[in-house]
Design a protein around this ligand. Structure first.
Ligand code: MG
Length: 255
């Protein structure tokens, strides 16, 4: 099932996407809900970020080919940082480079959406707290990341966490193709089977230290092929079994 959040006639709702339409539900996917019977064409609504996380935990260096391109070692345990709730934007929104940034990068990432409160979850039970998966971009001010010891401004700036287009709830995340394109040209082509730590392991690990709330998101890291985006570019992340997330870019004049 594909769960979306959308705006229509000034009203924000959640719904179930089927083909080219979306049926509104009575509540959020994180509470009991019913189908309302109100069905809209997807082209008549504006899709929003499919959830409103209290925080996005983003995992660094989780694909071995990306670890290699960064000249780093594979970490012995998952390493994560946070993007604040204010970093989240949705489909067809614009990633805006933070002030002074001279290199704004895409990082396409499979993103886990938490469905229920998770604290010290056993890896074998992690599935029970995962609502589903969506596409994400860990937008990064690469120059700030190199300058700073911590990545608050490099990876937590407003608009740095696009999510969407919806949450796919029936998906096995172990071996999915992930493709990032800028203006239609392929920049990253990976498979989630190359992850160092799997999605359930990441949920379990993060939840040992940080309570995860319904709607929270874990970005699971990016494959090789990172690179810059420039002003006016269109960036898409396509994940097999989910769909395509597209955003615009307001960035440095040249990528
Ligand atoms: Mg990343």
């Amino acid at each position: 099932m594909k769960l979306a959040r959308f705006k229509r006639a000034g009203r924000i709702s959640y719904g179930i996407v089927e083909g080219q339409s979306v049926e509104e539900i009575s509540s959020t996917p994180f509470l009991p809900y019913e189908r309302t019977g109100e069905v809209y064409a997807l082209e008549d609504v504006r899709l929003l970020s499919p959830c409103m996380p209290s925080k996005v935990a983003a995992v660094a260096l989780n694909y071995s080919d990306h670890v290699k391109e960064m000249g780093k070692q594979v970490p012995v345990h998952p390493v994560f940082f946070f993007k604040p709730s204010t970093a989240v934007v949705g489909p067809l929104d614009t990633v805006i480079a933070p002030p002074g940034c001279e290199r704004l990068d895409y990082e396409g990432e499979l993103s886990v959406v938490i469905g229920s409160v998770a604290r010290s979850v056993d890896p074998a039970r992690a599935k029970d707290v995962i609502l589903g998966y969506t596409c994400g971009i860990d937008a990064t001010a690469r120059d700030f990341q190199a300058e700073d010891l911590q990545w608050g401004r490099a990876k937590g700036f407003d608009t740095s966490a696009p999510l969407g287009p919806w949450i796919e709830t029936e998906l096995d995340p172990v071996d999915l193709a992930l493709t990032t394109r800028v203006n239609g040209s392929v920049k990253q082509k990976g498979r989630t089977s190359s992850m160092v730590f799997s999605a359930p392991v990441l949920v379990a690990f993060v939840s040992r230290y940080v309570t995860l709330l319904p709607g929270d998101v874990i970005m699971t890291g990016t494959p090789a092929g990172i690179g810059p985006m420039g002003d006016g570019d269109r960036c898409t992340v396509e994940i097999e079994g989910i769909g395509v997330l597209e955003v615009g870019v307001r960035g440095p004049a040249e990528a």
